[in-house]
Design a binder for this molecule. Structure first.
Ligand SMILES: Cc1cc2nc3c(=O)[nH]c(=O)nc-3n(C[C@H](O)[C@H](O)[C@H](O)COP(=O)(O)O)c2cc1C
Length: 236
């Protein structure tokens, strides 16, 4: 993505967020000054309602692999949504009740940072699909879509962690990917040597999630693919 395009998209988002009272004016202004050149940033978005658990651990493995691609030029950050209240209604223009908590606006500056060139979304598998928190977050990304498709051309990878070996990870991954296509993001799989459309991880109750060797390999590969392509696009 050219720097001009990246900046134009970001300014549109930051401006609208500020107008909506979602971003403090000074913070938005500071971010507008940030240079889109230099290191890129990959965000890992953990959509488990449980903080620091298996999905967060898997995402950290993916992020570490992303940084390893080029440690001088790839910054990483794990963003856990656990504990945040993200109602879905505003995505459809439905107003919240007076005083109803909405933490999505606090995520807007982070996602709008022009350095952010890639997202890795991690979801636990809940009844063969993503969590409600993940769905609400993805619905609220409507904000970016309405702001000149501000997430378009950013690279995205997806990880799903289930308590069963074949517990619906694939459906969860593909459901998240479907929402990301709706943002015109560039969705990647896990790359060679085999065909994996993302990372399917098995969280065995009696073991740490990192014990799933095949799952961790896919997780590392997703992280690497996201970073490799995001770097290539940043240099284009
Ligand atoms: C409501 C609910 C539904 C679940 N449904 C599934 C499922 O369909 N398939 C599966 O493999 N695991 C299922 N699990 C297990 C979680 O996916 C698994 O424990 C996961 O590792 C939790 O992620 P976390 O440790 O990051 O919170 C379910 C758990 C909950 C709480």
């Amino acid at each position: 993505m050219s720097n001009d395009l990246s900046r134009r998209r970001f300014l549109g988002v930051a401006g609208t967020a500020a107008a909506a009272g979602a971003v403090a004016g000074t913070a938005a202004a500071e971010e507008q000054k940030a240079s889109p050149s230099g290191p890129i940033k990959i965000l890992g978005i953990c959509t488990s309602p449980r903080k620091g658990m298996s999905t967060a651990k898997a995402l950290q493995v993916a992020l570490d692999a992303a940084r390893e691609v080029d440690p001088d030029n790839v910054e990483i950050e794990l963003v856990e949504l656990a504990g945040l209240r993200i109602p879905g209604e505003p995505a459809a223009g439905v107003e919240l009740e007076p005083g109803e908590r909405d933490d999505f606006p606090s995520l807007v500056p982070k996602l709008s940072d022009p350095k952010v060139a890639g997202l890795i979304i991690g979801t636990p598998v809940y009844f063969s699909n993503m969590t409600a928190l993940c769905k609400a977050f993805l619905d609220r990304l409507m904000f970016f879509r309405k702001n000149d498709f501000a997430l378009a051309d950013k690279v995205a990878g997806v990880i799903a962690v289930g308590g069963s070996r074949i517990g619906g990870q694939l459906l969860a991954v593909e459901s998240v990917q479907g929402a990301l296509y709706g943002q015109d993001m560039i969705v990647v799989g896990a790359g060679p040597p085999t065909t994996r459309c993302g990372a399917a991880v098995w969280n065995q109750k009696d073991k740490d999630v990192t014990a799933d060797e095949a799952g961790m390999q896919a997780v590392r590969d997703v992280g690497r693919r996201v970073a490799e392509l995001a770097l290539r696009l940043a240099k284009a």
